[in-house]
Design a binder for this molecule. Structure first.
Ligand SMILES: [Zn+2]
Length: 437
């Protein structure tokens, strides 16, 4: 349930940064004085429960948002995510010494208005450059840069995409916990006793109670505060030998007990795994001087994780369907008209190639093109193909033009009534060219 709620909150967040003309968005932005299109934080001291819920997940939400280039004026070349498959480019430089915050998108645009491939290669690895050049260059005549959803090919928000992301994050958290438990089982956690044994520390004493040596069993079970909590939560069935087992027997016993906890109604193995993990995290917070969780917060978090893990494990099995394409059939245009047939494809390595041909009503080939477009996806390649085809038609002065593409999704997007304000810069560019033709 938690992941579903969070996904809905992300939906609100998405509209808050993309649908800034909508009345309810304007009202909310005004009420909470949100001036930036996509601010780093939206936390306010006094706010409604809805706003609080959105702001709590905001930092995670921001990782799901990318910039769609329009005129390129708002985008920070190195620190903003505008290559959606990569994230901020600061992390991908050939040589960090060459990076300067003064660099802007304009510095990498050649005189003919396309990307300056060589200049980009000076700063980034070629595999990064391949991803950059598949994005349409900024154009002064285009709309302002705007935000888009990072994880769908159409870059519009989809609830299932947000949900899958959340479930995916939970999944990696799950792996982290199981890995941690395995380390604990092998007594490989770096406790004070272990640090002392390896001469990394002079004291083996537990920093929480200052009484016993800090062994793995001590941190996870026997330290006074930990023991108190276990006693509070322990199901009666396990109480008798719980504190007398050795570490491995104790971990195995907990992690193999699948009965439901009588109060929380959650499987004990999940709940105990989560508690053990949280105890270790709290111990680290104390040692490294961070704010440590209270007992209540620790229990709440453990319960929430066990609950979410179960819910997500069940829901995450749904398969996502892939979009279908229609089969290509060449339809001759009416006499006096020309037909532009385009296609785009992506290799297994993700490199896109596009091609197109313009023919007359007799089927005679007039002109064509084949272009590599760098790292891409199928929809993107189809849209590039339409765009390049239209540019060619415009250069040759073909005004009566029928366009054929075998991608239903691309055709629908290009024919949409809101194509000129689409979140995808290629669709806007296509709309502009169609108005010109
Ligand atoms: Zn202790």
């Amino acid at each position: 349930m938690y992941a579903v709620n969070q996904a809905f909150m992300q939906k609100f967040g998405y509209f808050l940064v993309t649908d800034t003309d909508a009345l309810w968005v304007r009202l909310l932005r005004e009420k909470y004085r949100v001036t930036d299109v996509c601010p780093a934080t939206i936390t306010r001291a006094t706010c409604t429960p809805l706003w609080r819920a959105i702001s709590t997940g905001w930092s995670e939400f921001l990782t799901n948002i990318a910039w769609s280039i329009g005129n390129g004026r708002s985008i920070d070349l190195l620190n903003d995510t505008w290559v959606s498959s990569l994230g901020p480019l600061r992390d991908y430089s050939n040589d960090p010494l060459l990076l300067s915050d003064d660099l802007s998108l304009q510095d990498f645009i050649a005189e003919n208005g396309t990307w300056d491939y060589n200049a980009l290669c000076d700063l980034f690895h070629v595999s990064v450059v391949d991803r950059i050049i598949s994005i349409k260059c900024p154009e002064q005549c285009d709309v302002d840069d705007r935000c888009m959803w990072r994880w769908t090919t159409s870059h519009t928000f989809e609830l299932r995409s947000a949900y899958s992301r959340l479930v995916g994050l939970l999944w990696s958290l799950k792996q982290a916990i199981w890995f941690f438990l395995w380390l604990a089982y092998k007594r490989k956690l770096l406790t004070n006793a272990e640090r002392c044994r390896c001469h990394l520390s002079i004291s083996a004493t537990c920093v929480v109670c200052n009484v016993s040596d800090e062994t793995v069993t001590h941190v996870l079970r026997d330290c006074c505060v930990t023991r108190q909590l276990w006693q509070q939560l322990l199901p009666p069935a396990l109480a008798q030998h719980f504190f007398s087992m050795n570490l491995q027997a104790w971990l195995s016993c907990n992690l193999m007990s699948t009965f439901l906890h009588p109060v929380w109604n959650l499987s004990w193995n999940l709940l105990s795994a989560s508690l053990i993990w949280q105890f270790w995290k709290r111990r680290n917070d104390i040692i490294f001087g961070n704010m440590a969780q209270t007992d209540e917060a620790l229990i709440r978090r453990s319960l929430a994780w066990a609950d979410r893990y179960y819910a997500c494990a069940r829901a995450g099995k749904k398969l996502l369907s892939s979009p279908r394409a229609t089969s290509p059939v060449w339809i001759p245009p009416n006499p006096g008209w020309f037909c532009l047939s385009v296609d785009g494809g992506v290799s297994l390595a993700g490199m896109g190639r596009i091609g197109g041909a313009i023919r007359n009503s007799e089927g005679d080939w007039i002109v064509g093109f084949v272009i590599s477009i760098g790292f891409s996806n199928c929809l993107h390649a189809e849209l590039w193909a339409v765009f390049e085809g239209l540019k060619l038609a415009w250069e040759f002065g073909f005004e009566r033009l029928l366009i054929q593409s075998d991608s239903r999704q691309a055709v629908d997007l290009v024919n949409s009534v809101s194509a000129d304000s689409s979140v995808l810069s290629l669709i806007r560019a296509i709309a502009r060219l169609r108005q010109k033709c």
